[in-house]
Design a binder for this molecule. Structure first.
Ligand SMILES: [Zn+2]
Length: 129
């Protein structure tokens, strides 16, 4: 149980450690009051970061196979998630939020340094604009 739990939050911990380590300030975790419940938000600067699970949000790069049973159910469910993600992004942008979306696979250890470099650059750009 414990092992599953910590495995699940490893990417979150990586992201949080990155934000602290890079000296970013004014961010908060899991903001339920913001549209779409982003993983990270900078409320004052109106920047949100979503980390989308590759299976649940239909990552085109990982292209995870759907379960064989109830194939149509899963297909419809994931399609709805993708549409919901788009709708949340659109609504946020209409309300002048800047939205960064990361895939879960981008937070994996072996590609993290590349993702972190991108994220740092992107955040600095948005925070300064
Ligand atoms: Zn992926």
């Amino acid at each position: 149980m414990q092992a599953v739990k910590s495995k699940k939050t490893a990417p979150e911990r990586r992201l949080r450690a990155f934000l602290v380590g890079s000296g970013f300030r004014g961010w908060r975790l899991n903001c339920r009051e913001i549209q779409g419940n982003p993983d990270i938000a900078f409320p004052e600067q109106k920047i949100v970061i979503f980390v989308d699970g590759c299976f649940w949000h239909g990552c085109p790069i990982c292209n995870r196979p759907l379960p064989v049973s109830n194939h149509e159910y899963w297909e419809a469910k994931i399609r709805r998630n993708i549409e919901r993600d788009k709708a949340h992004t659109q609504l946020l942008e209409q309300n002048h939020w800047r939205v960064i979306r990361l895939w879960e696979h981008q937070l994996k250890k072996k590609v993290w340094s590349e993702s972190a470099a991108f994220l740092k650059q992107e955040l600095r750009r948005l925070l300064n604009s």
